[in-house]
Design a protein around this ligand. Structure first.
Ligand code: NDP
Length: 241
């Protein structure tokens, strides 16, 4: 897959899946712009792939809109940034519900809105991929806010697919299982919980960031020209087991 001549915006590119995606895109010819939070991660990524970077807290809607406007125009978009907090449903504070909604659901909306407006104004075609989760499909204990935010993200994706498809913008989601990143350490460090999850993944392992990045690149590419509006599990068979 060759992305030479393509400018791709990747959010949350400082760590984990976003970083792997940005690096893979750059190695395959793309020019990358990274939107993420920690300046040190962005500096480290820029040193490796020579990308433009914008440090922004995606929980802040005005700052998010300003950052994506500054990053545009772009040919392709990866809405990858996400965060999690673990709370039992009975103890879930409103603040955590709001935070996960703001970062995982609302910020991809704002970023995609600006990207799509720019694509339409320029009269070109585009494609975007949201990084969702198998949490959009199933209920994981202590993940109420996260599951709600990712199910919301997939709902948003389907409406975007219906409305933006006729404007020449393909819209899809990838829905990874546990992927070995800093977020997974936070969410799955309990060994019993991790072992129980692993036992339900037929391929017998958790995902690596590159496993997810490869599928994101496929969905961005013209090879996926007729794939539109799907939430694609990248889960080693977890969803069918
Ligand atoms: P990581 O925590 O490893 O990396 C997330 C990246 O997003 C970091 O660079 C982080 O920056 C950035 N980010 C988070 N919050 C904000 C914010 N408010 N503003 C700006 N940037 C932010 O996560 P993963 O790589 O694991 O996750 C990437 C995506 O994949 C997420 O959407 C996640 O929900 C999803 N996912 C992950 C799974 C997993 O098991 N790892 C499974 C299924 C889906 P910083 O560190 O500076 O805050």
């Amino acid at each position: 897959m060759d992305f030479t001549g393509k400018h791709v915006v990747v959010t949350g590119a400082g760590k984990g899946i976003g970083r792997a995606t940005a690096v893979m895109l750059a190695r395959r010819g793309a020019t990358v712009t990274a939107l993420s939070r920690s300046e040190a991660d962005l500096a480290n990524l820029a040193e490796e792939i020579g990308c433009r970077t914008f440090a922004v807290d995606l929980a802040d809607p005005e700052a998010t809109r300003a950052a994506i406007r500054a990053a545009l125009p772009a040919d392709l978009l990866v809405n990858n940034a996400g965060t999690t907090e673990l709370d039992s449903f009975l103890d879930l504070p409103v603040e955590n519900m709001d935070l996960l909604y703001a970062v995982n659901t609302r910020s991809p909306m704002i970023v995609a809105q600006e990207y799509a407006r720019s694509i339409v104004e320029r009269g070109v075609k585009g494609a975007l991929v949201n990084v969702s989760s198998v949490s959009a499909f199933v209920g994981f204990r202590d993940h109420a806010a996260y599951c709600a935010s990712k199910a919301g993200l997939d709902g948003l994706m389907r409406v975007m697919a219906v409305e933006l498809g006729p404007m020449g913008i393909r819209v899809n989601a990838v829905n990874p299982t546990v992927t070995l990143t800093p977020m997974a350490i936070k969410a799955w460090s309990d060994e019993k919980k991790a072992a129980s999850m692993l036992s339900r993944i037929p391929v017998g392992r958790f995902a690596e960031p590159d496993d997810i990045a490869e599928v994101i690149l496929f969905l961005l590419s013209d090879a996926a020209a007729m794939v539109h509006g799907v939430s694609l599990p990248v889960d080693g068979g977890y969803m069918i087991a």
